[in-house]
Design a protein around this ligand. Sequence first.
Ligand code: XMP
Length: 513
Amino acid sequence: MRNRILILDFGSQFTQLIARRIREERVYCEIHPPTVTVDWIRDWDPAGVVLSGGPSSVYDDDVPMADPALLDAGIPVLGICYGMQMIAHLSGGRVVPGKREYGRAELQVGRASDLFDGFVPGERATVWASHGDHVQEAPPGFTSLASTADLPVASFRAQDRPVFGVQFHPEVAHTPRGDEIISNFLFRICGCEPDWTAGSFIEQAVVRVREQVGEAHVICGLSGGVDSSVAAALVHHAIGDQLTCIFVDTGLLRMNERESVERTFRRHLGIELVVVDAADQFLGRLRGVEEPEDKRRRIGETFIRVFEQAATDAGRDARFLVQGTLYPDVIESVSVRGPSAVIKTHHNVGGLPADMRFQLIEPLRELFKDEVRQVGRELGLPEEVVGRHPFPGPGLAIRVLGDVTPARLAMLREADAIYLEEIQAAGLYADIWQAFAVLLPVRSVGVMGDARTYEHVVALRAVTSRDGMTADWFPYPPDVLGRISSRIINEVAGVNRVCYDVSSKPPATIEWE
Ligand code: XMP
């Protein structure tokens, strides 16, 4: 048995949260589609399996079901919400249909052992439960562990096998003691060891990268963002000067970005860095292009051509390209298209061409963003790199809305630098997931001195988020917004209006294009 947990994803909006909670307990876990067979699971050799919640009802046609043999495989299983209903249904219990809604409920613990170790019998605890289908009666051979006013069997276990269910969501913050329940499952029931740390990840990743590349030469497109910086530092740690980092000055970078990347990587970390000035190439390909996806495709393709040329120029025949793909991108494509699906690889630089000559190395593809930051710190990257807000591969091209010209880029760059400087000065940078300025493709009327102006509009975006999948706009103190606005309007020639974007994601996205 390996010290890791398998999560089968039945489509719950909380599946990623389950994974995060387990990782926070320092146990490695992966999310896989529900269609895997029990033989596949045995081969994967988990210490335990979590069946996630999901939008289905066990009574629907063609609903995803776990392989029934899993419940007899001797592997500990925890079903959450739909996962528990499925266990009940497969084991001859009674599931009562209903309409799915979520809300707080008061759990009364019956048996304070197993999952509820550390609770007191009869104790009440707040949980976040779904008021929908529910298990009305535990299946034969199962014991009820807890109830709520609406759920006669809010949790159960099989008497003769380590099979458990909870009808509420221990993974969400609205279940305050959910982490104890998860930790009981991991450590008491599955016998896991808390060994998943940034240090242990680095050790394993180093071995894997060495095995994958052998003696070959590797290049890494460094954008200066967190993901590619950590990926580069990790691969450098593994293979030293078999790695060449290529930093492409696309002409789409932020103020002073090139200098700061050169300083960090070449001087601080001693990593070989080739800087390619390809601004003309990128801006040429983008001339007159307004459609966002078209911009991304052109940028992605230009990146690869520039890398290929730079690798050849560096006199090294590189076969591998390092990419900072993260776990959320991997999960998205796995759960939608099944286990053998091709993983989305475009997110770093936009659409990669199919005929590129590199094989990809994606050393961070098991990690969430906060884990990437921990790995970066462990590798000795400075806080100014590790704590940096994410920056998209296509750069300012997707923040200059509409036509991307040198003049419009320069205007945005100045506004963005003032914006970030003021956030830093206000001590708010670390409270914000991502903040940036956007240049809108409209002009508006203003008055400056006694004259009418007809100039550009800058929108400010700032969001809080855990992982970029959902986001809320950041509530700035009004004086901070006021200061940013007056500085931009006074200092950036050509801008006479500043707006603040108060949209959450969904339904908006973080970037405007
Ligand atoms: P959205 O705009 O989709 O962005 O809400 C979510 C996060 O992803 C970043 N982003 C990108 N990163 N290439 C990237 O490397 C891209 O094409 C791209 N588009 C969006 C965005 O900055 C945010 O952090």
